[in-house]
Design a protein around this ligand. Structure first.
Ligand code: XMP
Length: 414
């Protein structure tokens, strides 16, 4: 690999965007915060892009390194492209090259040891697992805790499609009844999250213990995590081990200690998707929109019950299908569908009054979920979704649209 390019982050807010644009051209670029710019003269550097409008003294000692000033957002693609074309470096940053480098690094680090990985059905854990499986095959064991709070078809995507595509060893823990029991009578959003987090760790821990106990042919030494580059940059932990406080591994007890393998720590989300596709991970997983760990549990306002989950799943499946048919699934960031289970709304059907529940559509566009704008979906599409949900899901007689940006509203309702 040639030496990286560096994007120096001068707090103008577009450093990540620039790094992504450079990498999309096949040139590996890292982000360096302004506070660490004096490291540059000690590194191999292909080029420097300044994301912001200051001159920096340490760059004076790098007279032979090309520097581009990109003072403001949005930065012109054409100018960046001209600059990159002038560099004459090979464009080697491709999904295949990323996979080859990671496979070699993982093999070297793991040796004959065994590795476990918790799958959530999301993009990051799936691609991380597929990459590690490519490197060490059967030395990897994956655990999927089905908490019963996933959307229609998602558990099957993990248990069947993902396994078929990757050949991964998978232990499925069906914990849905356990979660429902633990959630009975719980209305408060924060308590729900705590209950779900606690049950999740219990289930994962039990499965991990079983794997450790059963393990033949080597000690279970490593745990795979799907930490991405933005998490690394944002935690300021570049170089140090960054443990993402993810609900599915955050609370493992002290006597169950693993070293972390984070094969996606250098990658942005779009690169993770490209790597996933190159590894043969199914499209429904690679292109899955972000989905919260506590799942549908925090999209039912009110107590979580099996019946309410079923209602929400039906409505959510209609929304996803219609967004997909309209070709919008990859354009919008997320569209939570929220069941206002404690609200009785009055409707009319034939000559009869009905009492049902409202359902909320929350389509948003976003770069990183820190802020978001409500999406202007076509009225015809909204109409079709509304007609279908009220016709096909008996308990719902009202469909409403959330038109709140974040801030002040969060993306999820709970
Ligand atoms: P909010 O609601 O805070 O959500 O605007 C921001 C993003 O995070 C997701 N989210 C979660 N993800 N565990 C997760 O793994 C959680 O408890 C959780 N809560 C929210 C949300 O879907 C959105 O993408």
């Amino acid at each position: 690999m040639p030496a990286p390019g560096y994007v120096v982050d001068l707090d103008a807010g577009h450093a990540q965007q620039l790094a992504r644009q450079i990498r999309a051209q096949g040139i590996y670029a890292e982000i360096l915060p302004r506070t660490r710019v004096d490291e540059l003269p000690h590194r191999q550097v292909t080029a420097v892009v300044l994301a912001g409008d200051q001159s920096l003294a340490p760059l004076l000692s790098l007279p032979e390194v090309p520097v581009l000033r990109a003072p403001t957002e949005p930065w012109q693609d054409a100018e960046l492209e001209t600059f990159l074309n002038g560099l004459e470096v090979p464009r080697t940053w491709t999904p295949e090259a990323i996979i080859d480098a990671q496979v070699a690094a993982i093999r070297q680090r793991v040796g004959n040891a065994r590795v476990i990985c918790g799958l959530s059905g999301g993009v990051d854990s799936s691609v991380a697992a597929a990459l590690v499986q490519r490197a060490i095959g059967d030395q990897l064991d994956c655990v999927f805790v089905d908490h019963g709070l996933l959307r229609a078809g998602e558990a099957e995507q993990v248990e069947r499609d993902f396994v078929a595509a990757t050949g991964i060893n998978l232990t499925v823990v069906d914990a849905s009844q356990q979660f429902l029991t633990a959630l009975a009578g719980v209305h408060d959003p924060e308590t729900k999250r705590k209950v779900i987090g606690r049950e999740f760790i219990r289930s994962f821990e039990a499965a991990a213990r079983d794997l450790v106990a059963d393990s033949t042919g080597g000690e279970v030494r490593f745990l795979v995590q799907g930490t991405l580059y933005p998490d690394v940059i944002e935690s300021g932990a570049d170089g140090a081990t960054n443990i993402k406080s993810h609900h599915n591994v955050g609370g493992l007890p002290d006597d169950l200690q693993f070293e972390l393998i984070e094969p996606l720590r250098e990658l942005f989300k779009d690169e993770v998707r490209a790597v996933g596709t190159a590894l043969g991970v199914p499209d429904q997983i690679v292109w899955r929109q972000p989905f919260p760990g506590p799942g549908l549990g925090i999209r039912i306002v009110g107590e979580v019950t099996a019946e309410r989950l079923e209602i929400l799943r039906q409505a959510d499946a209609i929304v996803r299908e219609e967004l997909g048919n309209a070709g919008l699934e990859r354009e919008i960031w997320q569209c939570p569908v929220v069941l206002l289970a404690d609200v009785r709304s009055v409707g009319v059907s034939g000559d009869e009054r009905t009492y049902g529940h409202p359902i909320v559509l929350r389509p948003v566009i976003s770069e990183d979920a820190m802020s978001a704008q409500w999406t202007r979906l076509p009225h015809e599409l909204l109409d079709r979704i509304s007609q279908r949900i009220t016709a096909e899901v008996a308990e719902i007689n009202r469909v409403v649209l959330d038109v709140t940006n974040k801030p002040p509203g969060t993306i999820e309702w709970e």
